[in-house]
Design a protein around this ligand. Structure first.
Ligand code: ZN
Length: 465
């Protein structure tokens, strides 16, 4: 468990609330790390209340993470003998996966989670498919690696929505899994046993479930897993990788005659507890279908750029009232603001225009993106009271922006968020409170030394393996 100090009250000169920016805000946190009370308009902090060192915004939920991939960063950026793509990246990842054991997984995940906190994320949805040993045999405890993820989240003090992933076949139509995939494989019953073990574990984490992709799970296995989850918790989050690659769209068409998102929409399963990760290659009808379902689009712009996936039609989706959040996915970059920046920049590069994702003329693009991603991310993680600002009943997750950062100096309210999203760098995040604990102070995780030591040890062992 993190040594981070628990706060019971925080006075904010200026804070972004669900209803907008407010002055003189006093937040009260309960012992479970929730916002139990909120008053605005106070002239001065009450005696004894801690004072935020800068403007306060809600922390960003990270809706898509594969923590172990943090240790792969930099290993996939050399061109191969043939054309490189997502699929050649995947081969490198499979080779890397074979070297990870539970100890290194836990140390790498703790490092990734500490970095997330330092860069503005206060909670994370872990899309976890590395279940078994290198030979594909379950550990003595079938939930061993999931429990290592829970322990890493506790060590860093980040909020966790754990999503054990169902991965059951090598490709569409029941193709057998390859050697590189054997650590991932479960049938629905064994996956649900992992889900139940995580639900029973201490620590107050949320548990949902993920279907790896349409290619990795048969329709019957999907239905069995969803029924099993719904019996445990009908509102639990369900995430799926979908339409990330055109080759996947083509294979899905060959298998079913439908595009991936069309196939899912046809099932009638989608709703607000769903998160469609990537959804990059979608038609206007699919865009409309996702938006109407209330599901969240899980966008990971830096990973999608790194992997050469393509560009999600964000303008059309937002114009239809679609909900979205952002994720650090492959961890090539861990930075909440940078995901939003690249989301907007991608649209600008494609359309050769500016400020494309602002909701109306004159509105702040940075503030609109930030607020929408906080609300959509919280929905995707199954957090209470999702909104684009702080409110009573939410987890006490907040970021104190750094008033001494030259890029933020002299900027207020929405303009401050424009500076943070479009120009913010390492210094922009000063302090971070996650679940009511002060986990980052002056830009550095409070347990950074111990977590970095564990990380270096894990990297040395991975390099030697
Ligand atoms: Zn992913």
């Amino acid at each position: 468990m993190t040594a981070a100090r628990r706060l019971d009250r925080l006075f904010c000169e200026r804070a972004l609330l669900a209803g907008g920016w407010a002055s003189g805000v006093l937040l009260r946190f309960d012992a479970q790390g929730m916002i139990a009370g909120l008053e605005a308009g106070l002239d001065a902090p009450p005696a004894g209340a801690e004072r935020a060192a800068g403007p306060v915004v809600p922390g960003m939920p990270n809706l898509h993470s594969h923590a172990f991939q943090r240790a792969m960063v930099g290993l996939t950026e050399r061109s191969g003998p043939a054309e490189d793509s997502f699929w050649t990246w995947r081969e490198v990842m499979y080779g890397f996966v074979g070297r990870i054991d539970p100890d290194s997984l836990q140390a790498v995940a703790a490092m990734a989670y500490a970095e997330m906190l330092e860069r503005g994320y206060t909670s994370v949805a872990e899309f976890h498919y590395l279940h078994h040993d290198a030979a594909g045999r379950p550990y003595a405890d079938v939930a061993e690696t999931s429990k290592r993820i829970l322990a890493a989240a506790d060590a860093a003090g980040i909020g966790l929505t754990h999503l054990p992933v169902l991965y059951a076949q090598g490709g569409f139509g029941g193709q057998p899994a390859g050697e590189g995939q054997r650590r991932f494989l479960n049938d629905p019953d064994r996956l649900l046993a992992i889900v139940e073990a995580c639900r029973a574990a201490p620590g107050g984490h949320r548990t949902g479930l993920a279907l790896h992709s349409l290619r990795a799970v048969s329709p019957d296995a999907m239905a069995a897993a969803l029924n099993g989850l719904s019996a445990l918790d009908p509102a639990a989050p369900v995430h799926i990788h979908i339409a990330e690659q055109t080759a996947e769209v083509d294979a899905c068409l060959a298998w079913s005659g439908r595009r991936p998102v069309e196939w899912l929409l046809d099932r009638g399963w989608l709703g607000p507890s769903w998160c469609l990760v990537h959804a990059t290659h979608v038609t206007p009808d699919e865009v409309a279908g996702i938006a109407a379902s209330g599901a969240v689009a899980g966008l990971c712009p830096t990973t999608e750029a790194d992997l050469g996936d393509g560009l999600f039609p964000a303008r059309d989706f937002l114009a239809r009232g679609g909900r979205f959040g952002v994720g650090s996915d492959s961890q090539v970059i861990i930075d909440a603001a940078e995901e939003l920046r690249l989301l907007e920049f991608g649209q600008r590069l494609a359309a050769r225009r500016r400020n494309l994702l602002a909701p109306e003329a004159g509105a702040s693009t940075g503030a609109a993106l930030y607020r929408a991603a906080v609300a959509g991310g919280a929905q995707a993680l199954g957090l209470p009271e999702p909104a684009g600002g702080l409110a009573t009943g939410q987890r006490a997750d907040l970021v104190v922006l750094n008033p001494d950062d030259p890029r933020l100096y002299g900027r207020n309210d929405d303009m401050l968020l424009d500076s943070y999203v479009f120009a913010g760098a390492r210094d922009a995040v000063r302090d971070v409170v996650a679940g009511g604990r002060l986990v980052v102070r002056d830009g550095r995780h409070v347990d950074a030394d111990a977590i970095r030591k564990g990380w270096r040890h894990a990297v040395d062992r991975l390099n030697a393996a």
